[in-house]
Ligand binder design. Structure first.
Ligand SMILES: N[C@@H](CCC(=O)N[C@@H](CS)C(=O)NCC(=O)O)C(=O)O
Length: 213
């Protein structure tokens, strides 16, 4: 059975949980206590060299890390990834966008806000993340005003991936009021069969107030 290396408050890991739920694919979980340094052990670095979650181990022992790479692999041959080359490239376009403009911006700001680290970050760092986050939300709002889903007319892993952090922007102190098309897309994603509403706040982990090593 597939193993997911997970940390429950991680929305990067939620992406993989969400796709496995859509696919109704059974898996086992190994929790990695990232704030206690479990990601930095030699054993875990052989699974993911960066020491972060998520990662998966397949039935044949092969391991794979990076949330969007995992999504692409697991979605192969399913309705969540187009089978034509242009459709797949469009999905890739938005997966790269997610990793450059959403996760490091909204994700970081949300992480600092929810774990009490924001007051310990410099004003220029916060300003850069805030303006990057607003830029990402604005782009998504403009794009989603023209079509139902980000890579075309159907829900794909690009929507799933973007949803993980962008939909939680209010937890980073960002209002979603100026982005009506984006808010309508949030509802469309939540209406997908097998949508996984359950998410975990950092407060379930008393160690999350520490800095990551
Ligand atoms: N680009 C990576 C980012 C993974 C990531 O930063 N994961 C966080 C949890 S959301 C983590 O494990 N951080 C611990 C660390 O980096 O030491 C992905 O998309 O999988």
């Amino acid at each position: 059975m597939l193993t997911l290396f997970d940390y429950l408050p991680s929305q990067n890991a939620w992406k993989v949980r969400q796709l496995l739920n859509h696919l109704q694919r059974p898996y086992r979980t190994e929790l990695v206590s990232i704030f206690e340094g479990e990601g930095k052990t030699d054993a875990y670095r052989r699974i993911n060299p960066t020491g972060s979650v998520p990662a998966i181990r397949l039935e044949n022992g092969c391991v794979l890390a990076e949330s969007n790479a995992i999504l692409g692999y697991l979605a192969e041959g399913t309705p969540y990834l187009p089978d034509d080359s242009f459709g797949r490239a469009k999905v890739q376009q938005w997966l790269f966008f997610e990793q450059q403009y959403v996760e490091p911006m909204i994700g970081s700001l949300r992480f600092w806000t929810m774990t009490g680290k924001l007051p310990h970050r410099s004003a220029p760092m916060i300003k850069a993340r805030r303006s990057g986050s607003l830029k990402a939300l604005q782009i998504l709002n403009v794009e989603l005003a023209t079509r139902a889903f980000i890579a075309g007319d159907r829900y794909t892993i690009a929507d799933l991936s973007l949803f993980a952090y962008a939909s939680r922007a209010e937890e980073a102190g960002l209002s979603l009021q100026p982005y009506p098309a984006f808010r309508q897309w949030i509802t469309r994603v939540q209406e997908q069969p097998g949508f996984l509403a359950e998410i975990y706040p950092y407060s379930i982990d008393p160690h999350s107030v520490k800095e990551l090593g």
